[in-house]
Design a protein around this ligand. Structure first.
Ligand SMILES: [Zn+2]
Length: 67
């Protein structure tokens, strides 16, 4: 799968989020250059889409959304 265009943005609450295509991800944990992100629908819809970043690059991802 070709990685869709990814960009950083801010949520309405001022948190950093990552936007991939139509989907938004929020940071769940991280240290140093590494960080882990989950789909913002994880809590409301149980979506398991996630990814991890190293620096500004995606090193692992699962973009299987259930919504
Ligand atoms: Zn999702």
């Amino acid at each position: 799968m070709i990685l869709k265009k990814m960009r950083f943005a801010r949520s309405q609450r001022g948190n950093i989020i990552v936007v991939v295509g139509e989907q938004r991800f929020k940071r769940t944990s991280g240290y140093g250059m590494k960080s882990w992100w989950h789909c913002i629908k994880r809590s409301t819809k149980g979506c398991s889409a996630s990814m991890s970043l190293h620096g500004g690059s995606v090193v692992k991802y699962n973009f299987q959304h259930n919504h």
